[in-house]
Design a protein around this ligand. Structure first.
Ligand SMILES: C[S@@+](CC[C@H](N)C(=O)[O-])C[C@H]1O[C@@H](n2cnc3c(N)ncnc32)[C@H](O)[C@@H]1O
Length: 246
């Protein structure tokens, strides 16, 4: 049997590595690094920083190319199936090649592996083919980072917290008291009630962090302009926001 450790490394700041994540990192003999073309996003730079700072046991790093998702709105379901099969094949191949029987390998997952990340699901599907023991170590998500950096709680007393995507917010509207939005490529907040309050954060936990808060009517346009400018400057943007109904 091979052991696979899925380690949440936090969403940007190396200080978000938990003591448990550091201990797990140092159990691995091979770090498996999917290359998702994230070079320009700085994600791989943070992973390297974390390895340099926290890995005390000698280890190998096996970087491997993973297929890009070919998403078109019309063929969305089909392209996801096809992409998943190709992704699984790439992971199965690198595990079989790089990890001996009885060996331990680790995937370093951005933020927390339980939030909008496919690694756990993918490994559980692979268990059917490969003899794998999978352990998961939580990390500090962009969701927690957003709340901490704004110095707020995500919910009022006894209220629910809903986590969703920009695509869903645009389609469903604001139907919950407290909605955290990730993966928004379309400025979905601009379609919400102008009286609702937004706490927005980009590049959280990094030196480029930007924070803006206010009602959507007051700050929505400023956030949209800031997003466009930051994306143009960096070539990419990662942002998360909380919207609380007015
Ligand atoms: C594929 S999801 C990964 C989420 C990650 N597993 C987590 O727990 O934060 C990527 C989305 O997470 C959010 N995100 C991740 N890191 C971020 C950061 N440093 N600042 C702001 N948002 C971030 C953005 O909404 C981005 O579109």
């Amino acid at each position: 049997m091979r052991s696979i450790l899925v380690i949440g490394i936090g969403a940007g700041d190396p200080n978000y590595m938990t003591v448990g994540a550091i201990a797990a990192l140092n159990r691995a003999e091979v770090i498996l690094l999917p290359d998702k073309g994230e070079e320009k996003s700085g994600l791989n730079a943070v992973r390297s920083l974390i390895l340099g700072r926290f890995a005390t046991r000698p280890h190998r790093v096996a970087s491997f190319a993973v297929p890009e998702r070919r998403v078109s709105d019309t063929a969305y379901a089909e392209s996801i199936e096809d992409w998943r099969a190709r992704l699984e094949a790439a992971h199965a191949e690198v595990i079989a090649r790089e990890l001996p029987e009885g060996g331990t390998g680790a995937f370093l997952v951005w933020g927390d592996p339980a939030i909008y990340d496919g690694t756990i699901g993918l490994l559980y599907r692979l268990k059917a083919r490969l003899d794998l023991a999978v352990e998961v170590f939580p990390g500090i998500s962009a969701v927690q980072s957003l709340a901490a950096r704004h110095g707020i709680a995500l919910n009022g007393t006894g209220e629910a917290i809903h986590i969703t995507t920009g695509r869903r917010l645009a389609a469903e509207g604001l139907v919950h008291d407290n909605t955290v939005v990730m993966l928004d490529s379309r400025d979905a907040y601009l379609g919400c009630d102008p009286g609702a309050r937004i706490w927005w954060g980009a590049y959280l936990g990094t030196p480029d962090e930007i924070l803006i808060s206010g009602t959507i009517g007051e700050v929505g346009t400023r956030i949209a302009e800031m997003r466009a400018a930051a994306r143009a400057r960096h070539g990419w943007i990662m942002d998360t926001y909380l919207i609380r109904r007015g």
